[in-house]
Ligand binder design. Structure first.
Ligand code: NAP
Length: 509
């Protein structure tokens, strides 16, 4: 029998749970083909009594038998007595591992070389007596201890990683829920023998569980080890951020042993989060909504852009605390310059241009500052006039009323509103008649890349720049701050465009 022990390093256990044997078999085989080294078979999902022969005859790697009760997050609807009988049968039938909850493991004797996981689940919280529970589980007759509890704060992850690190027995410690996703990615780095992942996106088996493909292809979980440097993105929401895709792919491209993790941090929790995660430590962060302004107030060295616009999107740890940077502003300027003059030897001079910016939110602010710094004339039109006036005052720009936006004379039109963004893709912030041939149209939206504005501007022979370039450039500048290496811009572009393909967007939606 092939074994899976903690000395093998971090392994991904693929969780398979279907109501029909046929589908269960297909997924077990497919998981094997995709490279699974451990599979958990969720027998509680089966609509009929399990036929162990059918499940085990196609076993591509070690398999865990689990029959999860409803209060622990499972679907088992029979009696507890029947469940224990089923578990004993699974052990005898040839499963390599069995998952036994902490309250039942003592009543199920060890059988031959079948390995045992003692598990504890709490779908509500991390109970106050978790350390006692953990200590008790470590004394039970098991090879691996599994604790899956529910995170209420992002800092719960730090606690869990500590528990894993100091556990006398191999511990798979998981904080469930979106706030705990980092525990799933960083568990192996702290010493967890394995983590759990869903067979596919439609069948996540527990709150916050990532897919096998994401764990392997985005986070490279099996290669994350104690020496892996950690970076991440802080935001709320953060689940659909493309930043983990871009940065992890780029680390790989350059052979850098680092992992980039999404951290959902609710508004107001940034300072505490940063303090607690020093223990990991995390070397650098991308910062997104709603934390950019708070990030700019952190103690540390600020670059000139942060000092001017009071918004930081990058934090890099240094000996004095944090180095605070803003890569949105230079990325906006670089993007526009490159689109106007792709020839690096003759960079475009933005002083000769007049830009109409639609919108006065975060992106408008970065673009307005960028253009103002480059000496362009800037006019801001926003649905809410006061917001436009505030931004204009801050950047020394002019304001136009939203209703008059079609009459403004300009040679650059920049959409910084969210009009046209997924899922409202049949909307545009301007009537197509305002799109004259030769007008430079910069659409900052990148979900989707081909917005209605982009399509209409192209059809009317405008010069068009989409939001992907600015997005990739701000990430590339962050990558360079993080690593001191030149970012693989083309790789980054490809990764983003692939993720933004219509099929991928539909899947995410
Ligand atoms: P934000 O701060 O929430 O600002 C949204 C802006 O859109 C505001 O000016 C808002 O006007 C305006 N708006 C929303 N709905 C509107 C409507 N129905 N009609 C007219 N105006 C409307 O958002 P943000 O962070 O600036 O992001 C804006 C867009 O930029 C997003 O769609 C995002 O995809 C894109 N983005 C691009 C990049 C990049 O690197 N390319 C980075 C981040 C974001 P009010 O002030 O009147 O509400």
């Amino acid at each position: 029998m092939a074994s899976m022990t903690s000395s093998d390093g971090a392994t991904i256990c693929v969780v398979v749970g279907r109501t029909r044997h046929k589908m269960m078999q297909i997924e077990i085989q497919e998981a094997g083909k995709r490279g699974a080294r451990l599979i958990e078979v969720r027998l509680d999902f089966l609509a009929k009594a399990p036929d162990f022969g059918r499940l085990l005859e196609i076993k591509p790697c070690p398999m865990i038998a689990t029959v999860r009760r409803a209060p622990d997050g499972g679907r088992w609807s029979g009696t507890e007595e029947e469940r224990l009988v089923l578990l004993r049968q699974a052990i005898a039938a040839g499963f390599d591992w069995v998952d036994l909850e902490t309250d039942v493991i003592d009543s199920v004797p060890r059988f031959k070389d079948v390995k045992r996981i003692v598990s504890y689940h709490n779908l509500r919280e991390i109970p106050d007596d978790i350390e006692d529970i953990h200590a008790g589980m470590c004394r039970q007759d098991a090879d691996v201890v599994k604790i899956a509890v529910t995170a209420h704060h992002p800092t719960d992850v730090v606690y869990m990683l500590d528990l894993i690190r100091n556990s006398p027995k191999p511990l798979v410690g998981i904080c469930m829920g979106e706030l705990g996703v980092a525990s799933r990615i960083l568990g192996g780095r702290a010493g967890a023998p394995f983590t759990y992942a869903a067979f596919n996106r439609e069948r996540s088996m527990a709150p916050g569980m990532l897919t096998f493909d994401d764990m392997r292809k985005v986070y490279h979980y099996e290669e994350v080890n104690a020496t892996t440097t950690v970076y991440g993105v802080i935001g709320d929401p953060v689940a659909h951020s493309l930043s983990p895709l871009i940065h992890n792919r780029s680390f790989r491209e350059l052979g850098i042993n680092a992992v980039y993790v999404p951290f959902r941090v609710p508004r107001g929790e940034l300072p505490l989060f940063l303090k607690e995660f020093q223990a990991v430590p995390v070397q650098g962060y991308s910062v997104t909504l709603p934390h950019k302004e708070t990030a700019a107030t952190l103690p540390g060295e600020k670059d000139t852009v942060v000092a001017a616009i009071h918004a930081a999107n990058t934090l890099l740890r240094n000996e004095n605390g944090w180095r605070l940077s803003n890569t949105d502003v230079p990325a906006a300027a670089d993007s526009i310059r490159a689109a106007l003059s792709p020839d690096d030897a003759h960079p475009a001079d933005l002083q000769a241009h007049t830009a109409l910016i639609l919108g006065a939110g975060g992106v408008a602010r970065a673009v307005a500052h960028a253009l103002h710094r480059e000496g362009a004339a800037v006019i801001i039109a926003n649905r809410t006039l006061e917001r436009a006036q505030r931004l204009a005052e801050e950047t020394g720009c002019r304001v136009a009323e939203w209703a008059t936006r079609h009459n403004v004379t300009c040679d650059m039109l920049i959409n910084c509103t969210s009009v046209g963004m997924y899922p409202n893709m049949d909307e545009s912030p301007v009537h197509h008649s305002a799109l004259k041939p030769g007008l430079f149209v910069f659409e900052t939206i990148y979900t989707p890349e081909q917005t209605l504005l982009v399509k209409e501007a192209k059809a009317r022979e405008c010069k068009v720049l989409t939001g992907v370039d600015m997005f990739v450039r701000q990430a590339a500048l962050q990558f360079e701050l993080f690593t001191g290496r030149q970012a693989p811009l083309e790789v980054m572009r490809t990764v983003v465009r692939r993720a933004l393909s219509p099929v991928a967007i539909r899947d995410e939606g």
